[in-house]
Ligand binder design. Structure first.
Ligand SMILES: *[C@@H]1O[C@H](CO)[C@@H](O)[C@H](O)[C@H]1NC(C)=O
Ligand SMILES: *[C@@H]1O[C@H](CO)[C@@H](O)[C@H](O)[C@H]1NC(C)=O
Ligand SMILES: *[C@@H]1O[C@H](CO)[C@@H](O)[C@H](O)[C@H]1NC(C)=O
Length: 480
């Protein structure tokens, strides 16, 4: 965003704040009327999770050997890897070793599978489908990450193609299992195709994602506590004395009483630099991001060949906190909205968030909702923090993400499975609207509402090549 545009965003924010006070003045899309609609849960769309009891799982009579996978990426990419690992083990009639989660250079959390997911629940839910072991037996204990890091090893499968077929595994991995009793697949992210996979294998992937994978009890307990605080906020003493009567009287007809929206904001330096967009921080920010881009990707950032304007109108720029705030305001959220910010760290820090907070003073996050005692167990652990955000996001009334990515996709999928409302920002439209320098607030509001009518969780069937973890129907869902 150019400096000029940045000012424009600020002006829009100013108008938004004004329009809160003169709600129904000009446009037919007055925030009040939208608000009542925006909080309405999705209607039954004719699909629900399939009844698991219809297909009886069968455990293979004999195991062909052990499958080990090493998963990189952040928590949500690893989640998909775990589901695929179960599927591959099933295809091969192998025993799965609890997946190893690699240390990610960006997130730097050394938490293991068992630190994040409830491993006993995982094994138990899948016990009729495949055998899973927490550790390799003594005779295979040599097969470690370090062992594979040191030299080329016969038991390592290094060249699994992206989206390999089930047959590829039967042809290339089964022989290794049969010769050595073990096969270690690394890298493994996105290594199993979504198409032409036997239906029982697809069902199994769904079962892992939506039933077997639950977080450890302390994440669930903390998540439930924070959700309860979002739903039943305790007014501060000050508010208590001055606004008590008003709150009591207005809460009855308040459609959003007890409800909250989760905003997932991924706006870190990595992402800002990689997008090659201009985020309105002026020359200094532009230079800092260009330098970062050079250091990390050595000029291999494709987007940098486009101008900021081109990138924006193609919808390739992640929305800044200010911009997503305007989107939310135009959709009808206001200063009575309980908003939970699911976010790691925001590039530009608190200043970047302040406009958003101005629009949504009831904005909370892990820090504001949890006590320091509660936070102690997860402090500095990116995967556990992400797990907590994921849990709260799955349980929110509305979810919206400011940028496409693994977390967005995982939650779109999970919330589709549960028929929960999810707003998918129309990035290209938003880019174009922010470029328009003559637009009034009411026009902006109108365009945003219209452009997102069909982007609130309406079920979309998976198309070829798309992920079943983002589009769970029809593979994981049945027509009711
Ligand atoms: C919220 O906005 C309304 C106007 O729509 C205003 O009267 C009220 O003071 C605002 N509340 C807060 C807490 O800012
Ligand atoms: C796996 O086991 C099933 C039955 O138990 C069998 O039909 C299938 O051929 C086996 N597949 C492999 C790859 O061993
Ligand atoms: C900006 O928005 C106004 C009002 O909707 C519209 O008339 C105008 O054509 C837009 N300008 C551009 C460059 O898209």
């Amino acid at each position: 965003m150019t400096m000029e545009l940045y000012c424009r965003a600020a002006t829009l924010v100013f108008f938004t704040l004004l329009s809160f006070s003169y709600a129904s003045s000009s446009s037919m899309y007055s925030p009040t009327s939208q608000l009542s609609e925006i909080w309405t849960p999705l209607e039954n769309q004719g699909w629900k999770p399939c009844d698991e009891s219809r297909n009886k799982p069968t455990l293979p009579e004999k195991s062909e050997g052990y499958i080990q996978v090493f998963l990189d990426g952040g928590l949500n990419q690893q989640r998909m890897g775990i589901c695929d690992a179960v599927a591959v083990a099933k295809i091969l009639n192998a025993t799965l070793v609890i997946p190893y989660l690699e240390l990610n250079p960006v997130w730097r959390d050394s938490s293991s599978f068992m630190d994040i997911f409830d491993v006993d629940h995982f094994i138990d839910v899948l016990k009729d489908d495949i055998s899973i072991v927490k550790e390799l037996p003594e005779e295979y204990s040599w097969s470690t990450r370090e062992y594979y890091a040191l030299a080329i090893r016969d038991t390592r499968i290094k060249a699994a193609p992206v989206h390999a077929s089930a047959n590829w595994y039967l042809e290339n991995v089964l022989p290794v299992l049969q010769s050595y009793g073990i096969a270690a697949i690394s890298p493994f992210s996105h290594r199993l195709t979504f198409d032409n996979v036997p239906m029982d294998i697809q069902h199994l992937r769904c079962k892992v994602n939506f039933q077997a994978l639950v977080f450890v009890p302390h994440i669930r307990t903390l998540g439930d506590a924070l959700i309860s605080r979002l739903r039943n906020p305790q007014p501060s003493n000050e508010e208590m004395s001055s606004n008590y009567l008003q709150e009591v009287t207005s809460s009855d007809d308040n459609k959003n009483a007890g409800k909250f929206v989760v905003l997932h904001l991924r706006f870190d330096k990595d992402m800002a630099a990689h997008s090659a967009c201009d985020f309105g921080g002026g020359k200094a920010e532009k230079l800092a991001l260009a330098k970062y881009r050079q250091v990390i990707w050595q000029g291999r950032v494709l987007n940098s060949q486009f101008t900021d304007e081109e990138l924006r109108s193609q919808g390739r720029c992640p929305m800044t906190p200010e911009e997503v705030g305007l989107l939310l305001a135009a959709m009808g959220f206001d200063n009575s909205t309980h908003l939970y910010l699911a976010s790691h760290k925001v590039y530009g820090g608190g200043a970047r968030i302040s406009t958003l907070r101005q629009l949504f003073p009831l904005m909370e996050d892990k820090k504001t909702l949890a006590s320091s005692f509660e936070r102690a167990q997860i402090k500095g652990k990116a995967s556990l923090l992400a797990a907590l955000d994921y849990y709260i996001s799955v349980h929110s009334d509305i979810f919206i993400s400011a940028s496409p990515g693994n977390m967005h996709n995982a939650l779109v999928g999970h919330r589709t499975y549960l028929n929960l409302k999810t707003i998918r920002p129309n990035m290209a439209l938003m880019g174009q609207l922010f470029l328009n320098k003559t637009m009034e607030w009411s026009e902006f509001e109108h365009a945003v509402v219209e452009g997102h009518e069909n982007r609130q969780g309406q079920l979309r069937l998976r198309k070829p090549k798309q992920s079943i973890y983002t589009y769970p129907a029809p593979d994981c869902m049945c027509q009711a």
